[in-house]
Design a protein. Structure first.
Length: 416
C-alpha cells in the first residue's frame, strides 16, 4: 500500500498522542527517536517528490520506423558508450520486493542504478528510502522496458535492470543496423514490432495510433515480412491451418469428442461436410481435410480479419480472448497477430475507402457475416523485429529478445 507524507505524519501524530495519554515520558522518547532518526531527512525532505526534469519523453508520437529513430539511437549509443567506459551500473540485489515506503539498504543501490540510466535525477540523492522520487523513476524504467509500470520490483523488473550496460549497448548496435535497413516508410503504413508485441499505425511521420498485440510463440514465430493490406474481412469464417489441425485440433478431439461442435467448427471434404464420428482421431488423417469455424462471438478471429498477401498465410485479427492483451508476456499465437482495439485500426485503414466509415463498419459487424472490403489504397505493412530503439533526446527502449535473434542469451528474459 502506498504511503503519503500526510498519512505518515497523521500516523505518527496519532501514535504519539496515544502514548502521551498512557505515559508522557515514553511518548517524548518516541518523538525524540523519530526526530533524531538518521532517515528523517529522507522522509521529510524527499518522500513527497516534486517533479524532476527527465531527459526526454518515454512515450512519443515518433514512429519506431523512421530516420529520426536512427538518429536517436546513434545519440543514445554515445551515452551508453560513456556509461560502459565509466564502469556501467551496479547489480541491484533481487531478493526483496521494493516499493514506495520501504526503507532498506538495497534501495540505495536501486537509486544509483536508476541515476546512471537517467531515470532518476541526481538531485534526488542517495538514501535507503524508497520515496516518491524512486517511485516515479522506477515506473519510468519499467515503461522503457515494456513492463507494467507498477513501481514495484519483481522478477522481470530485476532481470531487465541487471542486464549489463555493455550488453545493452550491443543490443542498440544490433537494432541500429536493422533500422538502417528498414524499407521505405513514407506515407501511411502499419508496423508490427514483434518483440514489443505492439503495432503502430503511422501517417505523415507520426504515430496515428498504437495497439497492443499478441504475436507468435517461440515455436510458432510470427514471420518478418513486408506487404500491403489489401482487404478487410468483417465477421469472417476461420479456416484452420493444417499446422493447427495437427498440433491443436486433433489432440483436443482425442480428449473431448465434442470440441468441434462446441466451437462451431465444421469439417469440409471434397464431397461436402464430414461427420466427426467418421474420422479416426488416433491418426492424423483429419489434417487432409478443411476445418472451418462459423462467424460469431467465439470465432477465433472474432469480428475482424486484416488481409495482406504473404507466403506464410498470416494476417492481423481480432480475438475473443481480450484478456490476453493484459498479459506481461504476449507471445501466444500460432504466427498471426491479434490486435487490441482492432476496429480503430480498421477505421484508419479504410479512411480512404469510400462508404466505409465507422458507423457502417459497426453496423456490418452487427448484422452481416463474411463481408470482404477491398482497401482502396492498399496500406503497406511491415512486420519487423526491433528489440531496442530510442525516442526523444536519447531515451532508450528495450524489449525481451523473445526469438533469440539478438544473439545474447541474457536478453531472452522470459526464458530465464
Amino acid at each position: 500500500m502506498k504511503t503519503s507524507r500526510r498519512t505518515f505524519i497523521r500516523g505518527v501524530g496519532a501514535g504519539a498522542a496515544t502514548a502521551a495519554l498512557a505515559a508522557p515520558a515514553m511518548a517524548q522518547s518516541v518523538i525524540d527517536e523519530i526526530l533524531s532518526s538518521h532517515s528523517r531527512a529522507t522522509w521529510d525532505d524527499q518522500f513527497d517528490a516534486r517533479p524532476t526534469a527527465q531527459p526526454g519523453r518515454v512515450v512519443s508520437t515518433s514512429p519506431v520506423f523512421s530516420q529520426q529513430t536512427v538518429a536517436y539511437v546513434e545519440q543514445t549509443m554515445a551515452h551508453y558508450q560513456n556509461i560502459v567506459a565509466n564502469g556501467g551500473w551496479p547489480i541491484v540485489p533481487s531478493g526483496k520486493a521494493l516499493k514506495l515506503g520501504v526503507v532498506d539498504p538495497d534501495v540505495a543501490v536501486l537509486r544509483r542504478r536508476l541515476m546512471i540510466s537517467g531515470d532518476l535525477a541526481e538531485s534526488a540523492g542517495i538514501s535507503n528510502a524508497f520515496d516518491s522520487y524512486v517511485d516515479v523513476a522506477l515506473k519510468r524504467f519499467q515503461t522503457r522496458h515494456g513492463l507494467p509500470a507498477d513501481g514495484a520490483t519483481g522478477r522481470y523488473t530485476y532481470a531487465a535492470m541487471n542486464i549489463s550496460a555493455d550488453i545493452r549497448l550491443g543490443q542498440l548496435q544490433t537494432n541500429l543496423e536493422r533500422l538502417r535497413n528498414m524499407p521505405d516508410t513514407s506515407g501511411r503504413f502499419v508496423m508490427v514490432n514483434i518483440p514489443a508485441a505492439e503495432i503502430e499505425a503511422v501517417e505523415d511521420g507520426r504515430v496515428a495510433s498504437r495497439h497492443v498485440a499478441v504475436v507468435g510463440k517461440i515455436d510458432r514465430q510470427t514471420p518478418r515480412l513486408t506487404s500491403k493490406i489489401h482487404e478487410i474481412n468483417l465477421n469472417p469464417y476461420w479456416n484452420a491451418p493444417e499446422s493447427i489441425v495437427r498440433r491443436d485440433i486433433i489432440p483436443l478431439m482425442r480428449k473431448n469428442p465434442n470440441y468441434l461442435k462446441e466451437n462451431n467448427i465444421h469439417i469440409l471434404g471434397p464431397n461436402g461436410e464430414v461427420d466427426p464420428l467418421s474420422i479416426d482421431w488416433n491418426t492424423e488423417e483429419a489434417a487432409k481435410l478443411r476445418f472451418r469455424q462459423d462467424p460469431g462471438r467465439i470465432n477465433a478471429m472474432a469480428s475482424t480479419k486484416i488481409n495482406f498477401h504473404n507466403p506464410h498465410a498470416v494476417y492481423l485479427h481480432d480475438t475473443p480472448q481480450q484478456s490476453l492483451f493484459n498479459g506481461l508476456e504476449r507471445f501466444h499465437s500460432s504466427g498471426c497477430v491479434r490486435v487490441q482495439n482492432v476496429r480503430d485500426l480498421v477505421v484508419w485503414i479504410l479512411k480512404e475507402t469510400q462508404g466505409w466509415d465507422r458507423r457502417r463498419i459497426e453496423q456490418t459487424i452487427q448484422t452481416e457475416s463474411d463481408v470482404k472490403i477491398p482497401v482502396a489504397n492498399p496500406v503497406p505493412i511491415h512486420m519487423t523485429y526491433v528489440s531496442a530503439w530510442a525516442t526523444d533526446q536519447g531515451v532508450a527502449h528495450f524489449r525481451d529478445d523473445i526469438y533469440g535473434l539478438d544473439g545474447v542469451d541474457a536478453l531472452q528474459i522470459s526464458t530465464l
